[in-house]
Write a protein that binds this ligand. Sequence first.
Ligand code: ZN
Length: 340
Amino acid sequence: MKNWLTIACLCAVSLSLVGNEKPATNEEITIEETNQFPQYLYKILSLRNWQATERSKTAQLSAEDDAFIHFSTQDQLERLIGKYWADAPQFVILKIDSQKLEGRLVFETNPGGTTQYYHLYDGFIPFSSIVESKIIYQQPIDTCDLQKLDIVQIGHPVLRQVARELSVEEIVSPEIQNLIEIMKATMRAAPGVGLAAPQIGKPLQLAVIEDMDHSHLNAEQLAVRDRHPIPFHVIINPRLYIEESAGDAEFFEGCLSVPEFIGIVPRAKSVRVECLNERGEPVVIQAKGWYARILQHEIDHLNGTLYIDKAQLSTLMTVENYVKLHKDKSVQEIQTVSTK
Ligand code: ZN
Protein backbone atom coordinates (compact mmCIF):
# COMPACT_ATOMS: atom_id res chain seq x y z
CA MET A 1 0.00 0.00 0.00
CA LYS A 2 2.92 2.32 0.68
CA ASN A 3 3.81 2.17 -2.99
CA TRP A 4 0.31 2.99 -4.04
CA LEU A 5 0.19 6.10 -1.85
CA THR A 6 3.28 7.42 -3.58
CA ILE A 7 1.68 6.90 -6.96
CA ALA A 8 -1.59 8.51 -5.90
CA CYS A 9 0.21 11.63 -4.75
CA LEU A 10 2.00 11.93 -8.06
CA CYS A 11 -1.22 11.65 -9.99
CA ALA A 12 -3.34 13.93 -7.83
CA VAL A 13 -1.54 16.95 -9.24
CA SER A 14 -1.48 15.71 -12.80
CA LEU A 15 -5.05 16.59 -13.71
CA SER A 16 -7.76 18.86 -12.42
CA LEU A 17 -11.36 18.14 -13.29
CA VAL A 18 -13.41 20.87 -14.94
CA GLY A 19 -17.11 20.53 -15.73
CA ASN A 20 -17.68 23.47 -18.06
CA GLU A 21 -18.00 22.72 -21.72
CA LYS A 22 -15.69 24.59 -23.99
CA PRO A 23 -16.97 25.58 -27.44
CA ALA A 24 -14.95 24.50 -30.42
CA THR A 25 -12.23 27.01 -31.08
CA ASN A 26 -11.66 28.77 -34.37
CA GLU A 27 -8.44 26.88 -34.67
CA GLU A 28 -10.26 23.54 -34.58
CA ILE A 29 -12.74 24.67 -37.23
CA THR A 30 -9.86 25.76 -39.44
CA ILE A 31 -8.41 22.31 -39.01
CA GLU A 32 -11.60 20.75 -40.36
CA GLU A 33 -11.81 23.07 -43.34
CA THR A 34 -8.26 22.41 -44.39
CA ASN A 35 -8.63 18.68 -43.70
CA GLN A 36 -5.50 18.83 -41.50
CA PHE A 37 -5.69 16.94 -38.24
CA PRO A 38 -3.81 17.83 -35.07
CA GLN A 39 -0.69 15.74 -34.66
CA TYR A 40 -1.88 14.31 -31.34
CA LEU A 41 -5.30 13.11 -30.28
CA TYR A 42 -6.29 11.63 -26.93
CA LYS A 43 -8.21 8.52 -25.95
CA ILE A 44 -9.23 7.42 -22.46
CA LEU A 45 -9.37 3.72 -21.62
CA SER A 46 -10.29 1.77 -18.51
CA LEU A 47 -7.25 0.30 -16.80
CA ARG A 48 -8.48 -3.16 -17.68
CA ASN A 49 -8.72 -2.31 -21.38
CA TRP A 50 -5.28 -0.75 -21.21
CA GLN A 51 -3.82 -3.95 -19.73
CA ALA A 52 -5.42 -5.89 -22.58
CA THR A 53 -4.08 -3.33 -25.06
CA GLU A 54 -0.54 -3.82 -23.82
CA ARG A 55 -0.83 -7.52 -24.56
CA SER A 56 -2.19 -7.06 -28.07
CA LYS A 57 -1.42 -5.08 -31.20
CA THR A 58 -4.34 -2.68 -31.05
CA ALA A 59 -6.17 -0.61 -28.44
CA GLN A 60 -8.93 -2.59 -26.70
CA LEU A 61 -12.04 -0.42 -26.56
CA SER A 62 -15.47 -0.43 -24.94
CA ALA A 63 -18.83 -0.86 -26.65
CA GLU A 64 -19.29 2.93 -27.02
CA ASP A 65 -16.63 2.81 -29.72
CA ASP A 66 -18.32 0.08 -31.77
CA ALA A 67 -19.78 2.37 -34.48
CA PHE A 68 -16.77 4.70 -34.58
CA ILE A 69 -13.92 5.50 -32.22
CA HIS A 70 -14.22 8.73 -30.20
CA PHE A 71 -11.16 10.90 -29.70
CA SER A 72 -10.64 14.19 -27.97
CA THR A 73 -8.19 17.01 -28.35
CA GLN A 74 -6.02 18.02 -25.41
CA ASP A 75 -8.44 20.92 -24.75
CA GLN A 76 -11.42 18.55 -24.52
CA LEU A 77 -9.79 16.09 -22.10
CA GLU A 78 -10.68 17.73 -18.79
CA ARG A 79 -14.35 18.05 -19.63
CA LEU A 80 -14.50 14.47 -20.85
CA ILE A 81 -12.90 13.15 -17.68
CA GLY A 82 -15.29 15.14 -15.49
CA LYS A 83 -18.28 13.85 -17.40
CA TYR A 84 -17.44 10.17 -17.92
CA TRP A 85 -14.51 9.14 -15.72
CA ALA A 86 -15.03 11.01 -12.45
CA ASP A 87 -16.14 7.84 -10.63
CA ALA A 88 -13.67 5.42 -12.24
CA PRO A 89 -11.12 4.02 -9.75
CA GLN A 90 -8.43 4.26 -12.39
CA PHE A 91 -8.23 5.15 -16.05
CA VAL A 92 -5.57 5.67 -18.66
CA ILE A 93 -5.04 8.67 -20.94
CA LEU A 94 -3.43 7.76 -24.23
CA LYS A 95 -1.69 10.34 -26.40
CA ILE A 96 -1.95 9.16 -29.97
CA ASP A 97 -0.15 10.17 -33.14
CA SER A 98 -3.09 10.84 -35.48
CA GLN A 99 -0.91 10.16 -38.55
CA LYS A 100 -0.53 6.53 -37.49
CA LEU A 101 -4.23 5.80 -36.98
CA GLU A 102 -5.79 3.27 -39.31
CA GLY A 103 -9.15 4.33 -40.75
CA ARG A 104 -11.08 7.45 -41.75
CA LEU A 105 -10.79 10.34 -39.30
CA VAL A 106 -13.68 12.83 -39.30
CA PHE A 107 -14.16 16.07 -37.33
CA GLU A 108 -17.88 16.31 -36.51
CA THR A 109 -20.49 16.90 -33.83
CA ASN A 110 -22.11 14.06 -31.91
CA PRO A 111 -25.86 13.65 -32.67
CA GLY A 112 -27.73 16.45 -30.88
CA GLY A 113 -24.52 18.14 -29.73
CA THR A 114 -22.67 21.24 -30.77
CA THR A 115 -19.07 20.49 -29.81
CA GLN A 116 -17.01 18.91 -32.53
CA TYR A 117 -14.95 15.80 -31.92
CA TYR A 118 -12.64 13.60 -33.93
CA HIS A 119 -14.18 10.26 -34.83
CA LEU A 120 -12.42 7.35 -36.52
CA TYR A 121 -14.55 5.26 -38.88
CA ASP A 122 -13.71 1.79 -40.23
CA GLY A 123 -10.45 1.68 -38.35
CA PHE A 124 -8.51 0.92 -35.21
CA ILE A 125 -5.78 2.32 -32.97
CA PRO A 126 -2.52 0.46 -33.68
CA PHE A 127 -0.27 0.05 -30.65
CA SER A 128 2.47 1.86 -32.59
CA SER A 129 0.33 5.03 -32.71
CA ILE A 130 0.32 5.37 -28.91
CA VAL A 131 3.13 7.75 -28.02
CA GLU A 132 2.34 8.19 -24.31
CA SER A 133 0.16 6.54 -21.64
CA LYS A 134 -0.64 8.09 -18.30
CA ILE A 135 -2.43 6.07 -15.63
CA ILE A 136 -4.63 8.15 -13.34
CA TYR A 137 -5.35 6.62 -9.92
CA GLN A 138 -8.45 7.99 -8.22
CA GLN A 139 -8.80 5.07 -5.80
CA PRO A 140 -6.40 2.50 -4.37
CA ILE A 141 -5.62 -0.21 -6.85
CA ASP A 142 -6.75 -2.98 -4.44
CA THR A 143 -10.36 -1.81 -4.48
CA CYS A 144 -10.93 -2.15 -8.22
CA ASP A 145 -11.59 -5.30 -10.19
CA LEU A 146 -8.04 -5.89 -11.36
CA GLN A 147 -8.02 -9.35 -9.89
CA LYS A 148 -10.11 -10.41 -12.88
CA LEU A 149 -7.15 -9.82 -15.21
CA ASP A 150 -6.50 -12.76 -17.47
CA ILE A 151 -3.42 -14.87 -16.96
CA VAL A 152 -1.62 -15.72 -20.20
CA GLN A 153 -2.04 -19.39 -21.06
CA ILE A 154 0.38 -21.95 -22.48
CA GLY A 155 0.85 -21.51 -26.22
CA HIS A 156 1.36 -17.75 -26.00
CA PRO A 157 4.91 -16.88 -27.15
CA VAL A 158 5.48 -14.46 -24.24
CA LEU A 159 5.75 -17.52 -21.97
CA ARG A 160 8.62 -18.85 -24.06
CA GLN A 161 10.85 -15.81 -24.37
CA VAL A 162 13.65 -14.69 -22.09
CA ALA A 163 12.32 -11.67 -20.21
CA ARG A 164 14.37 -8.48 -20.15
CA GLU A 165 15.95 -6.97 -17.05
CA LEU A 166 14.64 -3.78 -15.44
CA SER A 167 16.74 -0.76 -14.50
CA VAL A 168 16.42 0.73 -11.01
CA GLU A 169 14.80 3.81 -12.61
CA GLU A 170 12.18 1.58 -14.19
CA ILE A 171 11.60 -0.36 -10.96
CA VAL A 172 10.71 2.76 -8.96
CA SER A 173 8.57 4.24 -11.77
CA PRO A 174 4.78 4.45 -11.33
CA GLU A 175 4.35 1.99 -14.23
CA ILE A 176 6.30 -0.82 -12.56
CA GLN A 177 4.96 -0.05 -9.07
CA ASN A 178 1.48 -0.30 -10.58
CA LEU A 179 2.37 -3.53 -12.35
CA ILE A 180 3.47 -5.02 -9.01
CA GLU A 181 0.12 -4.10 -7.41
CA ILE A 182 -1.76 -5.63 -10.35
CA MET A 183 0.31 -8.80 -10.16
CA LYS A 184 -0.25 -9.06 -6.41
CA ALA A 185 -4.02 -8.77 -6.88
CA THR A 186 -3.99 -11.22 -9.80
CA MET A 187 -1.90 -13.80 -7.90
CA ARG A 188 -4.17 -13.59 -4.84
CA ALA A 189 -7.35 -13.88 -6.91
CA ALA A 190 -6.11 -16.87 -8.93
CA PRO A 191 -5.13 -18.03 -6.24
CA GLY A 192 -1.45 -18.83 -6.58
CA VAL A 193 1.78 -18.65 -4.59
CA GLY A 194 3.76 -16.92 -7.34
CA LEU A 195 3.22 -15.01 -10.56
CA ALA A 196 5.84 -13.99 -13.09
CA ALA A 197 5.41 -10.88 -15.27
CA PRO A 198 5.31 -12.92 -18.54
CA GLN A 199 2.17 -14.59 -17.18
CA ILE A 200 0.31 -11.30 -17.55
CA GLY A 201 1.92 -10.65 -20.91
CA LYS A 202 4.95 -8.62 -19.76
CA PRO A 203 8.36 -10.02 -20.78
CA LEU A 204 10.09 -8.48 -17.75
CA GLN A 205 12.39 -10.05 -15.13
CA LEU A 206 9.91 -9.57 -12.31
CA ALA A 207 7.88 -12.00 -10.20
CA VAL A 208 5.72 -11.74 -7.09
CA ILE A 209 5.61 -14.46 -4.43
CA GLU A 210 3.41 -15.11 -1.40
CA ASP A 211 2.75 -18.44 0.31
CA MET A 212 0.67 -17.78 3.40
CA ASP A 213 -2.43 -19.99 3.12
CA HIS A 214 -1.70 -23.60 4.05
CA SER A 215 -5.18 -24.49 5.26
CA HIS A 216 -5.51 -27.28 2.65
CA LEU A 217 -2.49 -29.18 4.04
CA ASN A 218 -2.12 -31.08 7.31
CA ALA A 219 0.94 -30.86 9.57
CA GLU A 220 2.53 -33.98 8.08
CA GLN A 221 2.11 -32.72 4.50
CA LEU A 222 3.61 -29.36 5.47
CA ALA A 223 6.56 -31.09 7.14
CA VAL A 224 7.34 -33.40 4.22
CA ARG A 225 7.24 -30.43 1.82
CA ASP A 226 9.32 -28.28 4.19
CA ARG A 227 6.67 -25.62 3.58
CA HIS A 228 6.49 -22.53 5.75
CA PRO A 229 4.69 -19.16 5.51
CA ILE A 230 6.36 -16.79 3.05
CA PRO A 231 5.07 -13.18 3.13
CA PHE A 232 4.48 -11.18 -0.02
CA HIS A 233 7.62 -9.98 -1.77
CA VAL A 234 8.94 -9.15 -5.22
CA ILE A 235 11.99 -10.52 -7.04
CA ILE A 236 13.50 -8.55 -9.94
CA ASN A 237 16.41 -9.51 -12.25
CA PRO A 238 17.06 -12.68 -10.20
CA ARG A 239 20.17 -14.86 -10.42
CA LEU A 240 19.57 -18.42 -9.23
CA TYR A 241 22.29 -20.53 -7.61
CA ILE A 242 21.50 -24.17 -6.86
CA GLU A 243 23.01 -25.62 -3.68
CA GLU A 244 23.76 -29.07 -5.11
CA SER A 245 24.78 -30.65 -1.81
CA ALA A 246 21.22 -30.42 -0.46
CA GLY A 247 19.90 -32.66 -3.27
CA ASP A 248 16.51 -32.71 -4.99
CA ALA A 249 12.92 -33.13 -3.85
CA GLU A 250 10.08 -34.50 -5.99
CA PHE A 251 6.57 -33.15 -5.62
CA PHE A 252 3.54 -32.27 -7.69
CA GLU A 253 3.58 -28.81 -9.16
CA GLY A 254 1.04 -26.81 -11.17
CA CYS A 255 1.04 -23.48 -12.97
CA LEU A 256 -1.59 -20.79 -13.52
CA SER A 257 -0.53 -20.71 -17.19
CA VAL A 258 -1.04 -24.48 -17.63
CA PRO A 259 -4.49 -24.85 -16.10
CA GLU A 260 -6.11 -28.11 -14.97
CA PHE A 261 -2.88 -30.15 -14.89
CA ILE A 262 -0.24 -31.03 -12.33
CA GLY A 263 2.87 -33.20 -12.57
CA ILE A 264 5.79 -34.31 -10.45
CA VAL A 265 8.83 -32.03 -10.83
CA PRO A 266 12.25 -32.63 -9.27
CA ARG A 267 13.59 -29.37 -7.83
CA ALA A 268 16.68 -28.45 -5.84
CA LYS A 269 15.93 -28.45 -2.11
CA SER A 270 18.07 -25.40 -1.43
CA VAL A 271 18.84 -22.32 -3.52
CA ARG A 272 20.32 -18.86 -3.23
CA VAL A 273 18.80 -16.02 -5.23
CA GLU A 274 20.43 -12.65 -5.78
CA CYS A 275 17.97 -10.07 -7.02
CA LEU A 276 16.53 -6.59 -6.56
CA ASN A 277 13.46 -5.87 -4.47
CA GLU A 278 10.56 -3.55 -5.39
CA ARG A 279 12.63 -0.52 -4.34
CA GLY A 280 15.52 -1.55 -6.60
CA GLU A 281 17.68 -2.59 -3.63
CA PRO A 282 19.95 -5.67 -3.88
CA VAL A 283 18.69 -8.65 -1.88
CA VAL A 284 20.10 -12.13 -1.26
CA ILE A 285 17.56 -14.85 -0.53
CA GLN A 286 18.54 -18.19 1.02
CA ALA A 287 15.65 -20.56 0.51
CA LYS A 288 14.92 -24.20 1.17
CA GLY A 289 12.01 -26.58 0.80
CA TRP A 290 8.83 -25.34 -0.82
CA TYR A 291 10.02 -21.74 -0.98
CA ALA A 292 13.05 -22.89 -2.99
CA ARG A 293 10.62 -24.70 -5.33
CA ILE A 294 8.52 -21.55 -5.82
CA LEU A 295 11.61 -19.48 -6.59
CA GLN A 296 12.83 -22.02 -9.16
CA HIS A 297 9.40 -22.17 -10.81
CA GLU A 298 9.06 -18.37 -11.06
CA ILE A 299 12.63 -17.78 -12.22
CA ASP A 300 12.12 -20.46 -14.89
CA HIS A 301 9.17 -18.37 -16.15
CA LEU A 302 11.50 -15.37 -16.58
CA ASN A 303 13.69 -17.52 -18.83
CA GLY A 304 10.91 -18.94 -20.98
CA THR A 305 10.73 -22.31 -19.20
CA LEU A 306 7.54 -23.95 -17.91
CA TYR A 307 7.29 -26.66 -15.27
CA ILE A 308 6.14 -29.18 -17.87
CA ASP A 309 9.63 -28.93 -19.44
CA LYS A 310 11.05 -30.39 -16.23
CA ALA A 311 8.14 -32.57 -15.06
CA GLN A 312 8.12 -36.35 -15.17
CA LEU A 313 5.57 -36.41 -17.98
CA SER A 314 4.26 -39.87 -17.11
CA THR A 315 2.97 -38.34 -13.85
CA LEU A 316 1.09 -35.50 -15.57
CA MET A 317 -2.59 -35.59 -14.59
CA THR A 318 -5.62 -33.39 -14.17
CA VAL A 319 -6.17 -31.85 -10.77
CA GLU A 320 -9.57 -33.56 -10.76
CA ASN A 321 -8.04 -37.02 -11.17
CA TYR A 322 -5.35 -36.27 -8.60
CA VAL A 323 -8.02 -35.43 -6.03
CA LYS A 324 -10.21 -38.38 -7.06
CA LEU A 325 -7.55 -41.08 -7.42
CA HIS A 326 -4.13 -40.14 -6.05
CA LYS A 327 -4.23 -37.59 -3.27
CA ASP A 328 -3.55 -40.08 -0.47
CA LYS A 329 -0.64 -41.79 -2.27
CA SER A 330 3.02 -40.99 -1.83
CA VAL A 331 4.97 -39.49 -4.72
CA GLN A 332 6.85 -42.80 -5.05
CA GLU A 333 3.61 -44.79 -5.36
CA ILE A 334 2.34 -42.46 -8.06
CA GLN A 335 5.62 -42.64 -9.96
CA THR A 336 5.52 -46.46 -9.85
CA VAL A 337 1.90 -46.67 -11.03
CA SER A 338 2.27 -44.02 -13.74
CA THR A 339 5.31 -45.65 -15.32
CA LYS A 340 3.73 -49.11 -15.56
ZN1 ZN B 1 3.83 -20.94 -13.36
